[in-house]
Design a protein. Structure first.
Length: 181
């Protein structure tokens, strides 16, 4: 019987420790609404971000997806609290050459988009955060020239959507960190 009592005591102590750890947990979803006593919700801050115009097609794709992610298709705010400046570069490379003589053997290519962003407070003009995100998307390169161009463009569009999501999450994380200041 003393062994059973020791096991029960250990199990009780372990469960008590787990409950104490769980009670001290402050993890919450990044885009969740703040508790009623909190001053600012992160989603309200995300609604106050405008994205500066860009000049290249890949950057425009990222910008369009970011505006949709930030505002749900409602367009940009009239009086933004933050301005997001984007610089997106695109690089296309060959991943693998496997054309050994057959005409139907494709070659694999990779599109890499790199997005540098700066989030600037509209009132003070001071940078709030900055960062770099990078995304790659693969595509097949058949022998037909138009098919290669179309496959490359599709890979670029996929990479732009994913890059916009990464930047959106990074901005949400950065704005959530402002509450701790």
């Amino acid at each position: 019987m003393p062994l059973n009592a020791a096991i029960r005591a250990f199990a009780l102590a372990a469960s008590g420790l787990l409950l104490a750890l769980a009670a001290g947990c402050t993890v919450r979803p990044l885009l969740a609404e703040a508790p009623p006593g909190a001053a600012v919700r992160e989603t309200a801050r995300l609604d106050a971000v405008s994205v500066a115009p860009v000049s290249t097609r890949p950057a425009q794709q990222v910008r369009n997806h970011l505006i949709f992610l930030l505002h749900g298709g409602a367009g940009e705010p009239a009086n933004p609290g933050y301005r997001l400046e984007l610089d997106v570069t695109s690089r296309v490379g060959s991943a693998v050459d496997i054309q050994s003589g057959g005409e139907d053997e494709p070659t694999a290519g990779t599109v890499t988009l790199t997005g540098r962003y700066r989030l600037i407070d509209s009132i003070t003009g001071e940078p709030v955060s900055a960062g770099t995100q990078s995304v790659s998307a693969g595509f097949d390169r058949p022998r037909q020239e138009f098919a290669v161009l179309r496959a490359e463009r599709n890979a670029q569009d996929r990479a732009a959507r994913e890059l916009a999501e990464f930047i959106h999450l990074a901005i949400a994380r950065d704005l959530a960190g402002l509450d701790g200041r």
